[in-house]
Design a protein around this ligand. Structure first.
Ligand SMILES: Nc1nc2c(ncn2[C@@H]2O[C@H](COP(=O)(O)OP(=O)(O)O)[C@@H](O)[C@H]2O)c(=O)[nH]1
Ligand SMILES: [Mg+2]
Length: 465
């Protein structure tokens, strides 16, 4: 595999969040783990970690140069049954950064090296305990914003995505070996060649369908990971910031009767029925009065262009006016839901004009003040996301952009191989394409991946994981 000289080192890191925690865990992994632990931990009966059984927890004292640093619990996981497949020791101290820092310092003083971000997980990968999709799932679980995405990541960490990819890989390899055999030992009988060609084409089509199926779920996976981007648009004072706060269930944006209160775009994640929604509240200004407002307008326009869905808000307690129309010109053409706010007040807006102005759009009446109609709006948002389908969090989803791109490349390579038969070209061109297809799959699981990409993936982890 790859040569990582650092695999020889014994690494150490604080594996709990920094700050004033209830406990702090210092984790050690590598060849020297036990000899280092022996020099810094001792139980009341003078036992040292190398005498402990694997998966046992012991109460004792952390010592450094004859001085007691803290009381702690030490957990030992011997190689290869540990997170990294190396000897691993976790010391849980009473916490407080001083104690945790002192334990860390004691370990480095005895020869351990501070771990890089994600280095424990990287070792699990390099030592062959998990593949790359599983390592990336660890990261997803740490960063997961919603329960639904957490479930998807949990399936990935169990290797279910890897298994699906492995099934595709096996079929590709079967086709590849047969093709290579035919290329190297061609047969005289051309009639049988045609038969073979048809069989290859059928099998390639079946493989391609399986890849397409995985990619079809990718859109859902992406949504679960990143969320849907919703931009709230409308003229000043219609209640955009009020709606943002209601959807976030916290007073994030300042709400006031003074038009032009929101001078910047505000972006926050709302968790609606387990789906993350990135919601942007805009300033709603048409005629900027100064540089700040000019920038706010620019940002609003940018957000609208990048939105998955625009909530175009009207004030039902006022009549439609020129300002609404001009803003509508900016939003027109996007995926839009019309929100009719302030339905708790006497209605001034003419529903017929609304219908005329937005003949094709869905109109949702509500009140950001009394929260009437909010549940229906949320319902509608979730429905838009899944297009009426329910999301099955047990399914295998490809949610990672890196995986999606590699799968697309794999699928086009298979298509190229199919084209070889259509064009009546020589079989070796097809087998070449199959080899490429397999290569793309291998970049996903990490069976075949370059060092730079590996470094990049693991650098996104936090220290201690
Ligand atoms: N009666 C009523 N007032 C509302 C409603 N939504 C917002 N408001 C009020 O309208 C004013 C402007 O609201 P705000 O959210 O700041 O509007 P924005 O400028 O579009 O962000 C504030 O005084 C809000 O309290 C609503 O549904 N009903
Ligand atoms: Mg506002």
């Amino acid at each position: 595999m790859h040569s990582f000289p650092s695999l020889e080192d014994t690494i150490v890191a604080v594996s709990t969040p920094l700050g004033q925690g209830g406990i702090g865990i210092v984790r050690l992994s590598g060849k020297e783990t036990l000899s280092i632990a022996d020099q810094m931990f001792v139980t009341k009966n003078k036992k040292r970690p190398s005498e402990f059984k694997s998966f046992s927890v012991h109460y004792g004292e952390v010592v450094c140069r004859g001085e007691t640093i803290d009381e702690a619990l030490l957990t030992l996981m011997r190689a290869p049954k540990s997170y990294t497949k190396e000897d691993v020791v976790e010391i849980s101290s009473h916490g407080g950064m001083v104690a945790v820092g002192a334990i860390l310092k004691a370990a480095t003083g005895l020869g351990a090296r501070l771990a890089e971000p994600g280095e424990f997980t990287k070792r699990a990968f390099l030592n062959g305990r998990i593949d790359l999709t599983q390592a990336e799932a660890v990261l997803d679980i740490i960063q997961s914003k919603t329960e639904a995405f957490l479930k998807v990541s949990t399936h990935q960490i169990k290797g279910e995505l890897s298994a699906a990819l492995e099934r595709i890989r096996e079929q590709l390899m079967d086709v590849y070996t047969e093709m290579e055999a035919l290329v190297n030992f061609p047969e005289e009988d051309t009639g049988r060649d045609t038969q073979r060609g048809i069989s290859f084409q059928d099998r390639l089509e079946k493989i391609r369908q399986e890849i397409v199926q995985l990619l079809a779920g990718a859109e859902h996976g992406r949504i679960l990971r990143e969320g849907i981007k919703i931009v709230i648009c409308g003229k000043p004072n219609v209640g955009k910031s009020s709606l943002l706060n209601v959807l976030l269930r916290q007073p994030r944006a300042i709400v006031s009767p003074i038009a032009g209160t929101t001078r910047d775009t505000i972006e926050e994640t709302a968790n609606i029925k387990g789906i993350p929604f990135q919601i942007v509240d805009t300033a709603g200004i048409l005629e900027p009065r100064d540089l700040i407002e000019e920038e706010a307008v620019r940002r609003s326009h940018l957000s609208v262009k990048g939105a998955d869905l625009v909530l175009f808000m009207l004030d039902a307690s006022r009549e439609l006016d020129r300002e609404d129309e001009r803003l509508w010109d900016i939003v027109r053409g996007q995926n839009v839901v019309i929100v009719l706010n302030k339905c708790d007040l006497p209605q001034q807006i003419d529903r017929k004009s609304v219908k005329r102005m937005f003949p094709r759009e869905v109109v949702m009446p509500l009140s950001a003040l009394t929260k009437d109609g909010i549940a229906q709006l949320e319902e509608r948002l979730v429905e838009r996301v899944w297009h009426g389908k329910t999301v099955d969090t047990h399914a295998v989803f490809v949610s990672n952009v890196r995986h999606i791109n590699a799968l697309r490349d794999c699928s086009s390579a298979v298509e190229e191989a199919q084209a070889v038969f259509r064009k009546g070209l020589s079989l070796e061109f097809a087998s070449e394409e199959i080899k490429r297809a397999v290569h793309f799959l291998d970049t996903i699981t990490g069976r075949n991946i370059d060092n730079d990409l590996l470094e990049h993936i693991f650098s996104r982890f936090c220290i201690g994981k």
